[in-house]
Ligand binder design. Structure first.
Ligand code: IPM
Ligand code: MN
Length: 349
């Protein structure tokens, strides 16, 4: 019996999470996976009412879960940063979810804006470091608001943090057909922090002689992702660059409506979520494509060791997308969030 914490949070989060749970319920019944969910009402509304962001009592309970399933964080009436740092980043850091796993996969039947590229060309995984770098929150402001203001924001990299991320990426590459790992960095400018990445990548790579390694600067990586996405199999990169290139990745795989992710602690509690945000202006309108959240539920099952159940969810997603009945996956697709969820659930077998 798995214990799954559900954190719908803000905006359209609750709507897409409902559809993910609908599909999960269907697949779990067929494959005999037993789980119980506990829903936590954290997010912008609770913050505005009580001032609480992530109460320590909630965090304590989350530590005991088998997995976390999150909707989206960000509220129109809450200043940017409070919920992002107080909920999402806090969970990633506190639960030491040091990998952010983001598959960039174009499913058949889904339109990509890339001319002459298809599912065979767009199929790679970004391994984003998830606990360090510019996200560490180190820095400060001096003489704020004056013309002599000073602001610093430092990127923190540790040998251990970088090494465990790179090692995870090599292990992942080992499981894939192409067996190729590309490191994306900016070591030509970040000659301290990313030099550590380059040296660690070379050192760990010596243990993985069967994996072909490659390197790209992040700016060039953005170019290749559009021009020759077929060059990529597994990408490993720092927190900030991973954040940026996976929004680009989401676009080439058909949009934010399909991009799923897992915040992984291989030895602890992991959290699964769609890459998209809370889209406040669409809240309650039943127009957001729930496929990313559904696919995240599939990733969660895979991670828990329920591969059959996870793959069944993935196949149902693929079948729904291939049918063309989900429209263009945008808010104007004409297919409601609930209808899309029903459709995927109906295709689980
Ligand atoms: C993501 C999001 C978050 C991030 C924000 C909401 C803090 O953009 O999961 O990619 O930057 O990691
Ligand atoms: Mn992002």
């Amino acid at each position: 019996m798995y214990r799954i914490a559900v954190l719908p949070c803000d905006g359209i989060g609750p709507e897409v999470v409902d559809e993910g749970l609908k599909v999960l319920d269907t697949a779990a019944k067929i494959y005999g996976v037993e789980y119980e969910t506990t829903t936590y009402d954290i997010g912008g509304d609770r913050f505005l009412k009580t001032g609480e962001v992530l109460p320590s009592s909630v965090l304590k309970e989350l530590r005991e879960m088998d997995a976390l399933y999150l909707g989206a964080v960000g509220h129109a009436d809450v200043p940017a940063g409070i919920l992002e740092k107080g909920i999402l980043l806090k969970l990633r850091f506190e639960l030491d979810q040091y990998i952010n796993l983001r598959p960039i996969k174009l499913y058949p039947g889904v339109e990509t804006p890339l001319k002459d590229k298809g599912p065979a060309d767009i199929d790679f995984v970004v391994v984003r470091e998830n606990t360090e770098g510019l996200y560490a929150g180190v820095g400060g402001t001096l003489r704020k608001g004056t013309e002599h203001e000073v602001a610093t924001q430092e990127a923190i990299y540790t040998r251990r943090g970088v090494e465990r991320c790179i090692r995870y990426a090599f292990e992942l590459a080992k499981t894939r057909d192409e067996k190729k790992l590309t490191m994306v960095d900016k070591s030509n400018v970040l000659t301290y922090g990313h030099d550590l990445w380059v040296r660690t990548f070379a050192a760990v790579g010596e243990e993985y002689v069967d994996i072909a390694t490659d390197h790209a600067y992040v700016d060039a990586c953005c170019m290749w992702m559009v021009k020759n996405p077929e060059w990529f199999d597994v990408i490993v990169t720092c927190n900030m660059f991973g954040d940026i290139i996976t929004d680009l990745g989401a676009m080439i795989q058909g949009g934010m409506g399909v991009a799923a992710s897992g915040n992984i602690n291989p030895n602890g509690v992991s959290m699964f979520e769609p890459i998209h945000g809370s889209a406040p202006k669409y809240t309650g309108q039943n127009v957001i494509c729930p496929v990313a959240a559904i696919a995240a539920a599939g990733m969660m099952m895979e991670h828990l060791g329920e591969a059959e159940c996870g793959q069944a969810i993935d196949r149902a997603v693929a079948a729904a997308l291939a049918s063309g009945k989900l429209g263009d996956l945008s808010t104007r697709s004409g297919v409601s969030t609930t209808k899309a969820g029903d459709m995927v659930a109906g295709l689980v077998e």
